[in-house]
Design a protein around this ligand. Structure first.
Ligand SMILES: [Ca+2]
Length: 544
């Protein structure tokens, strides 16, 4: 990526490191290879005054700015090196909302001068509300998509506000934009801007996101199946009503087992002491750690781990290194998930994993530590009316339109050879990896063999929500889906690293897991994917 020294002289701008060699797949001459990037630099500011006439029924687009951003070296704090690119900012359908506030879908499109011919839409997070830098860094390994040569778009999904500010729901169009409409709008505008800038349409289009971004990527697959060729879906916020019900239920179970204060109220921070958490982790590891061939504190054999809290209950006369009956009951119920009065599951079970006892992340593991966090003060409820809560969720049509857990007919997406990779941290304290797996399995039942030829699911042991935790949480699924789409290379093991670098291990497509074969445990080659698909592979049960 260092062939562009002449560009610096040609433009007078500081663009060391611009790659020219791969920029012009549509040009047939060496001459064009040398002059066209300069014209891209000149073309960039012209986009600011370009008109993107909406198609019939489409919403108007206003370009706010278009400017060349010089290449930047890798920075402190893990910021990746970025290539010179044209950065376009704009807004789709700017308007005043019913509440008097300005609305519209604000977006950013970064167009590298050395383009690889691909377009990527970056998913958002939380309730969105801001335009995050369009880098394409979700599941893209050590180099964000922009650094790999993708044109990348991001957006605020139609409103401005803090990440969990839901006040935009007072505005109908903003609510529709968050629920679904922003995704196709930004995808189409982003592709059009790329086509205008480069002089040809993207050869392939991708989308990748985690959490709310994972949900947005799911809805692209389900509702706009022609928009993208390849998708990467991480820990999707695919039914937040019921996942929030699941976490609320778990907190009530833990509160029931917690000591009470002088007023009879539960003390959530004392439900499980540090010693209790160690007992749970040690017990889990005793039962499941070595199933993958290596007792290293990582449970890779997720499907084979059938941890039962009851095995940790104190025997008569035992007072340490064990749990009391109320704690065991709370764990068993909480991890099995809530059920309605008729016995139907309202949310998936939650897998036991090393991170469920974590207290060092931005939010605690699934076994809450009772502190206030981004979701608010600790829950002190001792009861929960599951049937009433479930009925309220089902009656919320805004929620229904936003949710992506239901639709499984993917015939059009699969029919144009679309490919999709899922991943989910096994220690995710917000959304159960088993709930996402359940969708993936239902989609398999609905779509038959085409699903197996077009999708993979990767469990990430130890990983919290989207990243973090004691985990190999750095991996490049974007590269894997590109190889599948463009070279028909089906993904298998994906080498993952720890955030600190160095140590590596494969992630294996479900239901396979990384089994240790011998040799240096820090090297991915010491493992192979075992437990390949067979009729006996089932989702792991949680609790007793
Ligand atoms: Ca292990």
């Amino acid at each position: 990526m260092t062939k562009g020294a002449q560009l610096c002289r040609a433009t007078g701008t500081a663009m060391a490191g611009v790659a020219l060699g791969a920029v012009l797949p549509w040009s047939g001459t060496a001459h064009a290879r040398q002059v066209t990037p300069v014209s891209l630099v000149q073309q960039c500011p012209r986009l600011a005054s370009a008109a993107f006439a909406p198609a019939d029924g489409a919403r108007p687009v206003r370009i706010l700015s278009a400017k060349v951003i010089a290449a930047s070296p890798a920075g402190t704090g893990g910021a990746a090196a970025l290539p010179a690119h044209c950065q376009v900012a704009g807004v789709i359908d700017p308007r005043q909302g019913k509440d008097g506030r300005p609305y519209g879908i604000r977006f950013e499109v970064n167009l590298p001068l050395a383009w690889n011919g691909r377009f990527l839409l970056q998913g958002g997070g939380g309730l969105n509300g801001s335009v995050r830098p369009a880098l394409g860094d979700v599941a893209a390994g050590d180099r964000p998509a922009l650094a790999q040569g993708f044109a990348v778009a991001s957006h605020d999904s139609g409103h401005q506000g803090a990440v969990f500010d839901a006040s935009f729901r007072s505005d109908q169009q903003a609510t529709l934009d968050f629920a679904q409409a922003a995704v196709p709008a930004v995808a189409q505008v982003g592709k059009a801007i790329a086509a205008r800038f480069y002089g040809r349409a993207p050869a392939h289009s991708y989308m990748a996101g985690c959490s709310t971004g994972g949900r947005e990527t799911m809805l692209a697959m389900e509702r706009y199946p022609a928009l993208f060729d390849g998708l990467v879906i991480g820990a999707p916020a695919m039914r937040t009503g019921f996942s929030n019900l699941g976490t609320a239920y778990a907190k009530v179970m833990f509160n029931q087992a917690a000591p009470r204060d002088g007023e009879g109220q539960p003390m959530p921070d004392k439900a499980f002491s540090a010693a209790d958490r160690k007992t749970i982790r040690d017990g889990l590891l005793a039962q499941c750690d070595a199933l993958d061939g290596l007792a290293d504190g990582m449970v890779m054999a997720v499907a084979q781990c059938r941890f039962r809290p009851a095995t940790l209950q104190c025997r008569e006369g035992q007072h340490s290194g064990c749990l009391n009956a109320a704690q065991v009951d709370a764990l068993t119920r909480a991890f099995a998930g809530p059920r309605d009065a008729a016995g139907h599951a309202l949310y998936a079970p939650v897998p036991f994993d090393t991170g469920v006892v974590a207290t060092d992340g931005p939010i605690s593991g699934y076994i809450v530590d009772g502190r206030a966090d981004i979701l608010g003060p600790p829950n002190r409820d001792l009861a929960i009316d599951l049937d009433a809560r479930a009925a309220a969720i089902r009656a919320d049509w805004m929620q229904a339109l936003t949710d992506t857990d239901g639709w499984t007919d993917l015939g059009t997406f699969l029919g144009h050879h679309g490919k999709v990779l899922f991943y989910h941290g096994v220690s995710d304290p917000w959304f159960s990896a088993l709930d996402t797996l359940d969708y993936w399995q239902r989609a398999g039942q609905a779509n038959g063999t085409a699903w197996g030829q077009s999708s993979r699911f990767y469990m990430v042991p130890g990983m919290a929500h989207c990243r973090g935790g004691d985990a190999f949480d750095r991996f490049d699924l974007l590269d894997a889906v590109v190889a599948w789409v463009e070279r028909d290379k089906a993904p298998d093991a994906i080498v993952a690293h720890r955030a600190q670098g160095g140590v590596a291990r494969p992630l294996c497509p479900w239901p396979a897991y990384a089994r240790y074969n011998g040799g240096d445990p820090a090297v991915a080659a010491s493992y192979s994917c075992a437990g390949a698909p067979d009729a006996g592979a089932v989702a792991p049960g949680a609790g007793g």
